[in-house]
Design a protein around this ligand. Sequence first.
Ligand code: GLA
Length: 382
Amino acid sequence: MTKEEIVILFQNKFGKETPEVYTAPGRINLIGEHTDYNGSFVFPGAVDKGITAAIRLNGTDKVRAYALDLSEYSEFGLNEEDIPTEGWAKYIFGICREIIKRGGKVQGFDTVFSGNVPLGAGMSSSAALESTYAYALNDMLNLGIDKFELAKIGQATEHHYVGVKCGIMDQFISLFGKKGHLVRLDCKTMEYEYFPFDPQGYKLVLLDTQVKHELASSAYNKRRESCERAAAAIRKNHPEVQFLRDADMNMLNEVKDVISEEDYKRAKYVIEETQRVLEVSDALKKGDYETVGKKMYETHEGMSKLYEVSCEELDFLNDIAKKSGVTGSRVMGGGFGGCTLNLVKDELHDQFIEEALAQFKNKFGYEPKVYDVVISDGARKL
Ligand code: GLA
């Protein structure tokens, strides 16, 4: 939605004074999945799909908000007990509360927002929403909060008001994204490096199964608990192991008999995935996309068999990609449904998409959605 369009929609709801307009994007992640909360590496990029919000301070201590795409309205105060009932409004409320907890003075505001990040596709529509409001309030109220802290405010919103114990990747990239660049973030030290990403001769394309699992957030939290248990067991022998990122397979094998088989599999995946991100970084620096693609397939295998966050539909798409000679393909994001990310040679692209849609429809009765990936800028004022 353009700035002009959202301003008009705002004025239709709240009168003719002009609001400020902000936007923040969703993301893709090339590799490094379920690694962020294990203190390891991720490799995301912001996309050209996001949330756009028009906002104006209203001189009260109330927030009045319209979710335009849902035609829903919510009004809430800024105290802890004022938590709204609408799921989407909890994100905005959470951002306000987390700013207040850090000593920021939040005032009431009127707002409307709209988005085009596909919901449940693993592209972080929720981080886009959080980052839009965190960035906007910081800017409008001159709070002077740095972008890392804004990302943490978004993450804390998920932890405390949504119930997902997520890592920092999605909020980080929604704020730090840069056109044409992926970012390798070390989630332990928070050091990051921009990598220009313009693979000549290849395209990145997402295939959205549109599968959304109801229990995805509790399953996500369980994965995190498994990792923390495995890291704690290793730490008894190796006190320097703060996160699974600090461990290797030898250390994990030492505790194989004291942790559950399930925790072992989860930890094995994370240790191997950490290695893959480093190998992909080297490959990218050399422009070696064949290696990048190979690692993507390995990640899919690990997410499917060890981490168990794939599903039949995603595995099916991954299989088709492999059989069609696609360079790399894997489930992207938290999993439990959503998209596969595919690195495809230009000359294979159209034929692969056609084949994948037809075969998928034949098996599941509907076609996956197709999104081209355009790596774009992070949160900003329009
Ligand atoms: C979700 C979370 C992220 C990350 C990914 C998996 O998107 O919000 O923090 O853990 O899943 O890589």
